[in-house]
Design a protein around this ligand. Sequence first.
Ligand SMILES: [Zn+2]
Ligand SMILES: [Zn+2]
Length: 241
Amino acid sequence: MKLACDLHLHSCLSPCGDDDMTPANIAGMASVKGLGAAALTDHNSAKNCPAFFKACEAYGVLPIAGMEMTTAEDIHVVALFPDLASAMEFDRFIDEKRVRVRNRPDIFGRQRIMDEQDRQIAEEPDLLINALSLDIAAATESARSFGALVYPAHIDKEANGIIAVLGMIPPEPVYTCFEFHDRANVETYREKYALGGAKAVISSDAHYLWDIAEGETALRVECPETGSADARRRAVLESFL
Ligand SMILES: [Zn+2]
Ligand SMILES: [Zn+2]
């Protein structure tokens, strides 16, 4: 079966994510919009993924744990993990690679860690959107070593897109897919930047509930209807290899 997916979503843990983007609200909205799978990809953190998993399971949406890393070059790269445990292990690894700057909630926004019932359990004190001490090659390789599918985020956007930053797609690291914000850009970019047969991931990069993709027009991936959640998640990730 084809599963409607939105694989790039920010919760209220991302400073730029709306306060209403709690894990439970995202899961509920994903269900209302008819999505079969949804990935939580906060900036440089996976700490809202445990609550997101529980909430998605209650709503019957397949949850995927992810992270949007900011590389040392200021390029955004998405990592999607095959299971929650790998994502949380990677989160601990990334915590050591963060450049610590105190968050200023009045300027950047709050960074709230929630439980599945929308209760705040902690607030991340250090800013999450600044660059990690990992360049794009190291960030990609590290996430892959935790089993993740890794690809450059919103390559058709000015802010933090790999092409906007580097002016091209470098030959290394090699990616099997690239993320686009706008489906209409895929073929133009494929030709102009020699993307060859790489697959396109179309995601909303939602920071507000209303920006989450609509099931009818969302990206669709092949995924078995039955089987364990881990097996179904693996099928989603493998469809981009
Ligand atoms: Zn981004
Ligand atoms: Zn994003």
